[in-house]
Design a binder for this molecule. Structure first.
Ligand SMILES: [Zn+2]
Ligand SMILES: [Zn+2]
Length: 692
């Protein structure tokens, strides 16, 4: 006999899973366009990047699908720029080859996390060049581009202009010797690399760096400012923006650059790997020959061009502000580019662009009391997540339940294990399994006649009024949270609903006795529980799509929408599938295993480097916590103090290099130097201790 499906069809989801159909907006409906910040293509993503934009945007995209809204989610890799060129040089490949390599890595990682893009594209396409150039030309035509000639740092060794991040020198303000090209760590002033005294090339310090003039095209942000301000104030209200770096909760613009007046900003670079500058038909065209667009100018257009790769009808999404709502997800450091820079470009372009409706940003996710660090191998990066054996669904649950929405959050293995064992398994999984197993064992998997008619359950139901009222109130909370992109709150509410389901089974005393003594009531309880599970399959879909699929398989029912109220949609006579456990217990002992596995090189090295001094320090009971985790016992010799100061200072340099994502060889050289200093200190301590 075939399995009987008896489900009301007006609750079914008609919008397909991400990537499963060419979706175009429809006039007069709510159409949702979603982007997440394009990850840079010379690096592996870590969990912080994933939670910050791609995963959060995926949740919102899937949520809108459960409301049967036409939804498009676009992302891809940001491939052009100096950093790619330099990384390619280092890895001994062309920029294109480097991007191919990292594009595949990014794509694979997101796929494993079940992050469903309609298209995960890239910016190094012909379509991208075409759209970037046309926007650039429009800016020129509308008087927003002007040429400026500026002195720039030029390296005679590298035979090229050096981007700010590849120059260091003496600060002209405070004489700090290791000032960076864009900022001085000594006095925190922002700098222009050309103003550094005795500039050094960070690729090779023996190179000779000189000043050389170069002409560049500048985008007159100042000319766009009045229209931009008006746009920001209007959009802030309409899209209900959270307070951010651009505008505060009272609707005052707080961005320092806007407050002091935006200035023209260069949009061309002396580079090979980028979008070539098209001729404007002006006298200064010749000077722009061989230059490319500034990477941020082209990166934000990537959202448009990747949509252009997805469908030739991309203008229906991007030039349709009356029918399309654009939601953009990003880390907090990208707010300027999405609320000021990109909108200014679109305003200056002059077409009727779909502009930002709502932006969602996150704070930082840290790792086990510290920071994620690729160079120290600290934390979980990209494909390594699957090596733990923790299913992607559980990863998603844990990351989303700690989403840093209002403050920085901390990743911890103990919390992750507890989320699986105590929330997913004991709450959500238990409710589903108890109800479905009972139905399977006692009713041969066929939903009994309960007396409930198809459609909403009455909140005045004499037996279950409280249960129905509670669930309906929680459903409203869920929808309110999700509509305002409060993703963590939405997820918490799902767990409250399944918890309410557990309470219901408990209070109703669902068991064999109930079935024999009160068959009608028992059938009612089972029907209501099963229908709540069906609702949960839609509520959990944005967060844990694989879990939602598993639920639907066990229910033997098609994907459904999120309802406003609890209703009877799976009807008497419906035959469910095979009940199975949704989650498995994780042994708590794994916390230590994973901590060691992902704790990075630092913790183990510390032990190796300074075992003697550490032990002795403990014995003496006087630990001087020296810089960079080198523990030494006091009292300290003058040499040791001097060396410690040097380590502290050099550690600062290394951190600066890493934060600026300087080329690996530069960082490696600095780290080697730092290790040498630390080894010296350890040696000094040993000598001192044996002498004493
Ligand atoms: Zn050089
Ligand atoms: Zn300074």
């Amino acid at each position: 006999m075939t399995q009987k499906i008896r489900v009301t069809d007006d609750v079914l989801r008609s919008i397909p899973d991400p990537g499963q159909g060419a979706i175009l907006p429809k006039d007069g409906e709510t159409n949702i366009l979603i982007t997440s910040a394009l990850p840079y293509c010379n690096n592996v993503p870590h969990l912080g990047n994933i939670i910050g934009s791609t995963l959060s945007a995926d949740v919102f995209s899937r949520y809108n699908r459960t409301r049967n809204r036409r939804t498009l989610y676009i992302c891809g890799t940001d491939e052009y720029g100096t950093a790619t060129e330099t990384a390619a040089l280092k890895e001994g490949m062309t920029p294109r080859e480097l991007c191919d390599k990292y594009y595949a890595l990014h794509k694979e990682t997101y796929q494993w996390f079940n992050i469903g893009f309609d298209l995960f594209g890239r910016t190094s396409t012909a379509k991208h060049t075409e759209i970037c150039q046309s926007i650039y030309l429009n800016l020129g035509q509308h008087g927003y581009l002007e040429k400026q000639i500026k002195d720039q740092t030029y390296c005679e060794g590298c035979k090229k202009f050096l981007a700010d991040r590849y120059v260091e020198g003496i600060c002209p303000h405070c004489s700090y010797i290791d000032a960076r090209g864009d900022q001085c760590d000594g006095c925190s002033r922002t700098l222009d690399a050309i103003d550094l005294i005795e500039p050094r090339c960070l690729i090779d310090k023996t190179h000779n760096v000189v000043a050389q003039s170069s002409s560049h095209m500048y985008f007159k942000l100042d000319a766009a400012q009045p229209a931009l301000e008006e746009w920001i104030k209007k959009s802030w209200k309409k899209g209900k923006w959270s307070p951010n770096a651009t505008i505060n909760a009272d609707g005052e613009i707080v961005d320092a650059r806007m407050k002091s007046g935006l200035k023209p900003t260069p949009v061309t670079r002396d580079l090979a790997w980028g979008v070539p500058i098209p001729p404007l038909g002006r006298e200064d065209d010749k000077e722009m020959g061989g230059k490319v667009l500034y990477v941020w100018f082209d990166a934000v257009i990537g959202y448009v061009s990747i949509t252009g790769e997805y469908t030739p009808e991309w203008k229906q999404w991007w030039l349709n502000p009356d029918n399309v709502r654009l939601y953009q997800f990003m880390g907090k450091d990208n707010v300027y580019f999405h609320t000021i820079y990109f909108p200014a470009m679109l305003l200056a372009d002059g077409s009727n662009w779909t502009t930002l409706h709502h932006l969602s940003t996150t704070e930082y996710l840290n790792y086990e009391g510290g920071k994620f660090s690729k160079s120290k191998n600290r934390g979980v990066f990209g494909p390594a997540a699957k090596e733990t054996g923790i299913p992607a669904s559980v990863w998603r649950y844990y990351l989303l339940s700690t989403r840093p929405e209002t403050a920085d959050a901390m990743f911890s293995w103990a919390d992750c294990i507890s989320a699986n064992n105590n929330v997913l398994l004991k709450n959500f999984g238990n409710f589903v399994n108890r109800a479905l197993k009972f139905l399977s064992a006692q009713y041969d998997s066929v939903l009994p006649e309960s007396g409930d008619t198809p459609g909403p359950l009455s909140p005045n139901d004499p037996l279950d009024a409280e249960f129905i009222t509670d669930v309906n109130a929680l459903l409203k909370d869920y929808i309110d949270a999700m509509e305002s992109v409060k993703i963590r709150l939405g997820l918490q509410t799902v767990m409250l609903i399944s918890s309410r389901g557990n309470g219901y089974l408990q209070a109703s005393g669902l068991n064999k006795a109930l079935m024999t003594e009160h068959p009608q009531r028992c059938a009612q309880v089972v029907s209501r529980a099963v229908n709540l599970i069906y609702v949960l399959s839609a509520l959990i879909y944005p967060f844990m799509p694989a879990t939602s699929d598993a639920l639907l398989l066990q229910l033997n029912a098609p994907a459904r929408v999120v309802p406003e109220v609890l209703s009877t949609d799976i009807l008497a006579g419906h035959k469910i599938g095979q009940p199975d456990h949704l989650f498995k217990n994780i042994d708590e002992k794994m916390e230590q295993v994973w901590k060691a596995r992902f704790g990075g090189d630092e913790s183990t090295k510390k032990e190796e480097e300074a075992p003697t001094s550490k032990r002795k320090a403990k014995k003496a009971g006087a630990v001087n916590a020296a810089p960079n985790g080198v523990a030494v016992s006091g009292p300290k010799s003058p040499e040791a103090i001097a060396l410690e100061a040097k380590i502290l200072e050099h550690g600062q340099v290394v951190r600066g290099l890493k934060e600026n994502k300087e080329p690996k060889d530069v960082i490696d050289a600095a780290v080697t130097e730092l290790k040498k200093l630390k080894a010296e200190l350890v040696l000094l301590e040993k000598l001192g201790n044996s002498a004493a």
